[in-house]
Design a protein around this ligand. Structure first.
Ligand SMILES: O=C(O)CCC(=O)C(=O)O
Ligand SMILES: [Fe+2]
Length: 363
């Protein structure tokens, strides 16, 4: 099945050749390419649209200081900031969240070492088999997307069971184990704050399984010789419940806010938090899941580590929809109920370019 976008170019063949190298985007850079392969080049109309929509540099997504969260008045203030940021931006950064900066730095360093180790060791993990707990790959939707993204990813999908350290690549084993411990703890705190921000008891979101189903995706964005022609990751909204993202010192993440792209510049020791599509559904659109992307850079590597919370496995078989306590005559449901397993199947069979799965359930 050839899917040619022009007569002189067999895209499927080029994608396969790239995938067969098992060396990812970094492999291209290491080979010294000066022109990026066509599979990464965005359509001319997308490039032209971007010219008209450059990110404003003077406004930032809200930065929320979590210090003294145990103090009653401070907590009210923090919950209010979380409510406003989740409703208006769908994104915020947290600082003083209790995770030592050394843990964040070591996580980034571990991912750098993983990507920069001997290629033969990385190749052993290169796979598109989603049933595996640990996989290294470039572009999870490589064969279904219109344009490939300029990044490679190490995915760990076993965070709910206590991960077996021996499953993890040795170069980032210790740092990742430590980081996961902290993600679970911070996830619980954030779900408490988000529950309170929705006017619910603090344990509401955790009690329905939101704090589970986590996975860690460590992205490595190599320096790109023609960054203006491609993206680190295309425009998308996160399909899960909540994302906690660590980024190194190199900017790239942009958020679409009021029709404009805004940079989410890294804050030393900070983490970026964003509402996913499923939390938008649970909140009946009170919280927004917002489109974002990462631009490519000529400097690098840019390294980021999103931890996605996607819900407990038991949720898969149960009806999923807006939280009943938030629904009233004046606030009717904006989504019909659906089975999370159908939603997940839709997500896995599509690409970031397609209609997002929540759009099928909008009323
Ligand atoms: O790396 C980034 O800055 C964004 C990553 C992202 O949006 C994602 O993996 O969903
Ligand atoms: Fe994302």
């Amino acid at each position: 099945m050839a899917s040619q976008t022009s007569t002189d170019y067999d895209r499927t063949k080029e994608l396969k050749q790239f995938d067969d190298t098992k060396a990812g985007v970094k492999g291209l850079v290491d080979a010294g390419i000066l022109n990026i392969p066509k599979i990464f080049i965005r359509p001319a109309e997308d490039l032209a649209a971007d010219e008209l929509n450059t990110a404003k540099k003077n406004i930032q997504v809200p930065i929320i200081d979590l210090s003294d969260i145990g103090d009653e008045n401070r907590r009210k203030e923090i919950v209010n900031q979380v409510r406003i940021a989740s409703a208006e931006w769908g994104f915020f950064q947290v600082i003083n969240h209790g995770i030592p900066t050394s843990v964040l730095d070591e996580m980034i360093q571990g991912i750098r070492l993983f990507n920069e180790q001997d290629l033969e060791l990385k190749k052993e993990l290169y796979s598109r088999d989603r049933a595996k707990k640990v996989i290294f790959s470039s572009n999870f939707d490589l064969f279904t997307s219109k344009t490939a993204d300029w990044r490679d990813t190490l995915t760990l999908s076993f965070l709910d069971s206590d991960p077996d350290p021996s499953d993890m690549p040795p170069v980032c084993r210790r740092s990742t184990m430590e980081y996961i411990k902290h993600m679970k703890r911070l996830g619980e705190t954030l779900f408490e704050l988000l529950s309170e921000a929705l006017g619910l008891p603090p344990d509401h979101l955790s009690s329905i399984g939101c704090c589970k189903g986590s996975s860690l995706h460590s992205h490595y964005y190599p320096p790109c010789p023609q960054p203006e022609l491609t993206l680190g990751v295309r425009k998308h909204a996160d399909a899960g419940i909540l994302t906690l993202l660590l980024q190194n010192h190199i900017s790239g993440l942009q958020v679409l806010h009021e029709g404009q792209w805004f940079d989410v510049r890294p804050t030393r020791g900070g983490l970026v938090i964003n509402i996913g599509d499923l939390l938008q559904v649970l909140s009946n659109d009170k919280f927004k899941s917002v489109k974002h992307r990462a631009i490519a850079n000529c400097v690098g590597p840019r390294i980021t580590v999103p931890c996605f919370f996607s819900g407990h496995a038991t949720l898969l078989e149960k009806p999923f929809g807006p939280i009943k306590e938030l629904i009233s005559e004046s606030n009717p449901p904006r989504y019909k109920e659906f089975l999370l397993k159908d939603y997940v199947a839709k997500f896995l069979s599509s690409s970031l370019d397609n209609k997002p799965p929540i759009d099928y359930y909008k009323l």
